[in-house]
Design a protein around this ligand. Sequence first.
Ligand SMILES: [Zn+2]
Length: 85
Amino acid sequence: MKAGPCPRCGGKEILENVRMAVSVDRISSAPLVAVGYKRPDALLLKGSVQHETTATICASCGYTELYTANPGELARLLAEPPSLE
Ligand SMILES: [Zn+2]
């Protein structure tokens, strides 16, 4: 859908690069990110790597697709064996 019509309703008005956030409480929110860890089994200091997530949204029906920035780096991190640092 990123460049074309909505796969659900055929709508042609598509909103791109909409920032997504998670509501923490009624006042504050945090950006929605994809997270990978260099040391996933560590109790502390897991070495998180975060990439911003944005949405492409159909303005007619609300169908939403999520896209993660820099997915190649996340894929390399997930393919590596855990770091022992
Ligand atoms: Zn739609």
